[in-house]
Design a protein around this ligand. Structure first.
Ligand SMILES: Cc1cc2nc3c(=O)[nH]c(=O)nc-3n(C[C@H](O)[C@H](O)[C@H](O)COP(=O)(O)O)c2cc1C
Ligand code: SF4
Length: 486
């Protein structure tokens, strides 16, 4: 992953912890109600993909164990990982693209309700993503995948050559010469792997996205409702389809790209379709970016506009992330696909302990404060969730007390210690395992390996009946909070 050039090393923050009565009277552990969303506390576990579903995207026993473990800490909300709305294969990532997924998801909801004793609301993040392929081997690309056309013949000064002659010539060129013969898109396909963009409207399925996506999201949300979820989080952030519509890099010419008003059209239509097809008390919100952090990417003023429009349209919450784009991703190795969290925008999404002068803690706070302030001044009070390097009670409580956000997201901290919430509430904050922001978990995600945390995945390996990773070296969920530590 990209790291800021300053390379300053940070440790987890030293912190005072509240006693049980201070915790109980804190804002963090006080309830929040807005429209149909009613939470027992202002704590939130944002979506995190753990690579544990079956190959066909069904809920597995490992998925159940994973969410049950988070639920035993009783946060206000758990958002289940990005879950694909289409009926297309995507490896061990959860899916909700047809009715056969409902039973497994219903089981997941039941396990979370039981483990949290009904204290945790459970939402599911709905995602759509476009095709991305692995970086091809050079000769294979030139000899098999590339479609030869007259543009190549012209650039090679071989007007009468047949396809095989053109391919042979291309394989003999140096990279510099080859890059001058191929189009920019072909060169990208060769050096990074093929990736669809929302602006590829010459492709029928991309041109038709605005026609298809509202119904696809609405059907997925209906299934989530049938499975018993309290709500859905529409994934409008990072590198995926809906964020790409919102992005200032979206240059579609069909009324869904260019100006901010055009870029937000489809996200609003998707939201309206979801709202129309679910019951009134079903929570619907979105995850969006405060800033894209890429060259020519969307700024805070775009995010202020989008957030206000989402608030006006009636969303129940706005959860903010930042960055996480393909645009600045590192070049993948041959045989691997580009990964959207490897560039600077990825760092901003999941800041690590090697950082710049600002450090890894609360980098999204100021943008979120400004966005929230903007919608509040316009008379809207949609709860805003902030995440990014928040791991102590003091950080979280002071953000709420100083009116900078409404709910605190703890992603990696909840992974490092799913009992953070119960420990802090009960006055045992000093026994929390604090996240080091090492991004070991993120490295596993990048390799499509079952995600675990380095703080506990080799602990108490001799416990009976623990489940281990495929290579048998790591335990899959955090050890229980020992009664002797209470
Ligand atoms: C392993 C892993 C998987 C993630 N998967 C998702 C995801 O499915 N959807 C999403 O919106 N964000 C995802 N994120 C980003 C987190 O939700 C969160 O925004 C980010 O980690 C910053 O918050 P933190 O500092 O509290 O961890 C993931 C993060 C990690 C570490
Ligand atoms: S591996 Fe654990 S300590 Fe490291 S960033 Fe992930 S959750 Fe935090």
């Amino acid at each position: 992953m990209w790291k800021p050039p300053e390379r300053i090393r940070y440790k987890s923050l030293e912190s005072e912890w509240p006693n049980a009565s201070e915790a109980t009277s804190s804002l963090l552990f006080s309830p929040l109600k807005f429209q149909s969303m009613s939470l027992t506390s202002r704590t939130w576990v944002p979506a995190m993909v753990p690579w544990r579903s079956t190959e066909s995207g069904y809920v597995s026993e490992d998925v159940l164990d994973w969410y049950e473990r988070f639920a035993s800490g009783k946060p206000g909300v758990i958002v289940v990982e990005a879950t694909g709305i289409r009926d297309i294969p995507s490896g061990p990532l959860l899916r909700i693209g047809n009715n056969s997924y409902v039973d497994g998801l219903a089981n997941l909801v039941r396990r979370v309700r039981k483990a949290s004793q009904g204290k945790t609301k459970i939402f599911i993040q709905l995602i759509d993503f476009l095709t991305i392929r692995r970086r091809p081997q050079r000769n294979r690309y030139l000899l098999e995948f590339l479609e030869i056309n007259d543009h190549h013949r012209k650039n090679l000064s071989m007007p009468l050559a047949d396809c095989d002659e053109v391919r042979d010539k291309l394989t003999s060129l140096s990279d510099d010469d080859l890059s001058n013969v191929l189009s920019a898109k072909e060169w990208e396909n060769l050096t990074y792997g093929y990736r669809e963009r929302v602006s590829d409207t010459e492709l029928e399925e991309i041109a038709n996205l605005p026609k298809k996506l509202p119904a696809l999201f609405a059907s997925a949300a209906k299934r989530a409702e049938r499975a018993g979820f309290d709500g859905v989080e529409l994934h409008y952030a990072h590198a995926y389809t809906m964020a790409s519509f919102l992005s200032s890099t979206n240059m579609r010419q069909d009324g869904f790209g260019g100006d901010v008003r055009n870029r937000i059209k489809l996200p609003i239509q998707v939201y309206e379709a979801v709202r129309k097809n679910t019951k009134q008390n079903f929570v619907v919100g979105c995850r969006m970016l405060s800033e894209e952090i890429i060259k020519g990417g969307g700024s805070l003023s775009d995010a202020k506009f989008f957030a206000l429009e989402f608030a006006k349209s009636g969303m129940d919450f706005l959860s903010f992330s930042r960055g996480g784009k393909f645009d600045d991703a590192k070049q993948p190795r041959v045989g691997s696909a580009a990964y959207p969290y490897t560039g600077q925008s990825g760092y901003e999404c999941m800041p690590g302990y090697i950082s710049d002068k600002f450090g890894p803690f609360g980098r999204n706070l100021e943008p979120v404060r400004k966005i929230r302030n903007h919608i509040n001044l316009e008379g809207y009070h949609t709860p805003c969730i902030v995440a990014g390097g928040i791991h102590t009670f003091q950080q979280a409580e002071s953000i709420l007390q100083s009116d900078q956000a409404d709910i605190i997201g703890f992603a990696r901290q909840a992974l490092a210690d799913p009992d953070w919430f119960e420990k802090v509430r009960a006055g045992f904050g000093s026994s929390v395992n604090l996240c080091r922001y090492s991004n070991y978990c993120e490295g596993l995600d990048q390799k499509h390996k079952q995600v675990t945390c380095e703080l506990w995945d080799r602990e108490k390996m001799d416990e009976p009946n623990i489940k281990k990773s495929k290579d048998g070296k790591r335990r899959l969920i955090a050890p229980a909070w020992a009664a002797t530590d209470r």
